[in-house]
Design a binder for this molecule. Structure first.
Ligand SMILES: CC(=O)[C@@H](O)[C@H](O)COP(=O)(O)O
Ligand SMILES: NCC(=O)COP(=O)(O)O
Length: 251
């Protein structure tokens, strides 16, 4: 089967995290989104946690407005639908809602939904998203035997939680993890789901993952991408500041 090229959705949580340490509005989350989209990102992802440690409610709304100027690019909002996610979904109707079973105040996402346990409470919320015209992706551990159940509750996609692969990358366990993710992706595709992936993907581990794991429609990447953006930008930025200093000395 031939699949389309994987879409890159840039997660801007960490831009907001830096912004929140001052009251100056910089770095601007909307401006970051526009720069990412201009550079070729297929979409923008945010995970507005209830404690607003990074993305805040106003960011979700401002990004929704900004994305309107980018037809064909996608807005993906992640979160727990039993906490604050559904309020955002109802208000801005993103292209995709990614349901993540995080506790309030959780350090970062570290597991997916479990079936059959989560099935009945998820079903009506997935149906509500569909009624709003919003695609639903369920954040899932890479367990092949869970995929049919994710489809059965109405999900359109699963997002495979890639941290175990990222942690194994470069160790003897890497191949085993790749096989595990490939099995889970195949099971999801066979069940009629599209496959997303994310968490701790980076410039080293991404290409081997996409070569081995079939049919990945979208990767959402934040932490490593924002860290890379800082490092790749240091040289030009220091030069720009030195030019400001030179300006004071007539250079
Ligand atoms: C669902 C997922 O894997 C990411 O959204 C991750 O939860 C990022 O959240 P933080 O940026 O708060 O770690
Ligand atoms: N869904 C995963 C995501 O949006 C970004 O995760 P990370 O790259 O910040 O680990």
């Amino acid at each position: 089967m031939v699949h389309n090229r994987t879409a890159l959705s840039v997660n801007l949580n960490k831009v907001a995290l830096v912004r929140n340490t001052r009251h100056l509005g910089i770095p601007s989350v909307v401006r970051a989104a526009e720069l990412c989209l201009r550079a070729g990102a297929a979409g923008i992802t945010v995970h507005p946690r209830p404690d607003e440690r990074h993305i805040r409610a106003h960011d979700v709304h401002e990004l929704a407005a900004a994305l309107k100027a980018w037809p064909g690019r996608e807005y993906n909002i992640e979160g727990n639908p039993f906490h604050n996610l559904m309020d955002f979904v109802r208000a801005v109707r993103p292209h995709q809602a990614t349901f993540v079973p995080d506790a309030e105040g959780q350090f970062t996402s570290d597991h997916g939904w479990r079936f059959p346990g989560d099935a009945e409470r998820l079903r009506p919320l997935i149906a509500e998203c569909h009624a709003l015209g919003v695609r639903v992706s369920l954040f899932m551990d890479a367990e092949a035997d869970q995929m049919a159940a994710a489809r059965a509750v109405g999900a359109d996609r699963v997002e495979l939680y890639t941290e175990p692969y990222a942690a194994a990358f470069g160790t003897p366990a890497q191949d085993e993890q790749l096989h595990r993710f490939a099995r889970a992706a195949r099971a999801a595709l066979d069940a009629g789901l599209a496959v997303n992936a994310g968490h701790d993907l980076n410039r080293d581990n991404l290409t081997p993952f996409l070569r081995q794991v079939p049919g990945v429609s979208e990767v959402s990447i934040g932490h490593a991408l924002i860290a890379d953006a800082l490092e790749l930008g240091y040289g030009a930025t220091v030069q720009a500041y030195n030019r400001c200093i030179d300006g004071a000395f007539g250079a």
